[in-house]
Design a protein around this ligand. Structure first.
Ligand SMILES: [Zn+2]
Length: 372
């Protein structure tokens, strides 16, 4: 079995998954009209009408080209609009590149944007992982674009500020430079050429980290490689209820993907189907016996399937046009890289966890929280 197609360093379910699993099927849907209605009532003004004029021309441009040009959040109340694989983000926040217990990777991609609550969640998760001695810190992969929306490469989802990737690799000490974060190699936890976890890499800390995330009530599901799911099925004892949220998917052998539920206040966010109950281990045989097998050779004379045309604005929730038209949210003042975590309900990190790293600027300037 060729491993190459599974070694791609990102979430690529759309292109890598011609055959969808019986569960976790993506559900694109037209979101409601509430944000649109609010914005229309407030008359977004000249910027909006200018955008609407331009919008006629841009409506058929691939939406990924339009959204990937956005490098500032929309100055709107934070809101996830639409579905994880067809939607956008209003009032996004940017994960600081560094924190006491995390480092963001591949900074040049500018994909550190998410709902403010997602950013806080990541900070809290990394702090708790360090406090428990799981890892000294987390390496964060992609969140999403400044206004969400489809990405030109790497992911089908990550569009509404509720998805993020965590590298399956502890944060190293000393910290990585910006340059190193561009080049630091992805490292699979699987044995080369197989879907079996490499026990020279895997240990209880990996399990503990995924469990820590899965047990958080805000987490809707977590994607891991089927090989990792099998490892959990084979080794976790005691309470296995949390494993229900850990779903096998293509790729995801050098990072895991955390998806949060639609947050309160995002009335136009479309929930994904529940992961149900049980540990999910009963579905693994489909992955190993069907999904991960090489596809059968095409029948002679069979027509090649026509590739799906790229998503355009007209195929997205209407509110996303307004999210694009909104003015830019002011950037965080320089020196305020350390996002305020005063609202966190978690215990502070153990002293050793933070001091093991290079000193960080201690400027947790309180950010005004949106009222809704
Ligand atoms: Zn992902």
């Amino acid at each position: 079995m060729k491993r190459g197609r599974f070694a791609i360093p990102a979430c690529r379910p759309a292109r890598l998954a011609p055959r969808m699993p019986p569960v976790d099927r993506g559900q694109n849907g037209e979101a409601g009209m509430r944000l649109w209605a609010r914005l229309a009532a407030a008359s977004a003004g000249a910027a909006l009408s200018a955008f609407a004029t331009a919008g006629a021309a841009s409506a058929e441009q691939p939406a990924k080209a339009i959204f990937s040009r956005q490098h500032a959040a929309a100055a709107l109340p934070p809101e996830s609009v639409g579905f994880y694989s067809n939607g956008c983000l209003a009032g996004g926040a940017q994960l600081p590149a560094d924190g006491p217990t995390w480092q963001a990777m591949r900074l040049s991609r500018d994909r550190r944007w998410g709902m403010p609550a997602t950013v806080r969640f990541i900070e809290d998760l990394s702090r708790e992982a360090a406090r428990r001695g799981i890892w000294p810190g987390l390496l964060l992969g992609d969140l999403g674009q400044a206004r969400g929306g489809p990405l030109p490469f790497g992911h089908a989802s990550h569009q509404i500020g509720l998805d993020f990737d965590v590298w399956l690799r502890p944060m190293p000490n000393p910290r990585l430079t910006e340059r190193q974060r561009e080049d630091y190699p992805f490292r699979s936890v699987l044995k080369p050429g197989t879907f079996t976890v490499d026990d020279r890499i895997w240990n209880d800390h990996y399990t503990a980290l995924i469990k820590l995330a899965a047990e958080e009530p805000q987490v809707q599901r977590i994607f891991v490689n089927p090989g990792i799911k099998k490892k959990l099925c084979d080794t976790v004892s005691g309470d296995r209820r949390w494993m229900n949220k850990v779903r096998p998917y293509y790729g995801h052998d050098e990072h895991f993907h955390v998806r949060l539920f639609c947050p309160p206040g995002s009335a136009d966010c479309k929930e994904q189907r529940s992961t149900g109950t049980g540990d999910g281990c009963d579905q693994l045989s489909w992955w190993f016996n069907v999904a991960l097998k090489p596809p059968p050779p095409p029948k002679p004379g069979a027509k090649k399937p026509t590739p799906k045309p790229p998503l355009t604005l007209s195929g997205m929730p209407r509110q996303c046009t307004y999210v694009l038209a909104a003015p830019a949210k002011a950037a965080r003042p320089s020196g305020a890289e350390m996002i305020a975590t005063g609202t966190s309900t978690r215990a502070p990190a153990a002293p050793g966890a933070a001091t093991a790293f290079a000193p960080m600027p201690q400027v947790p300037i309180p950010q005004p929280r949106p009222l809704r």
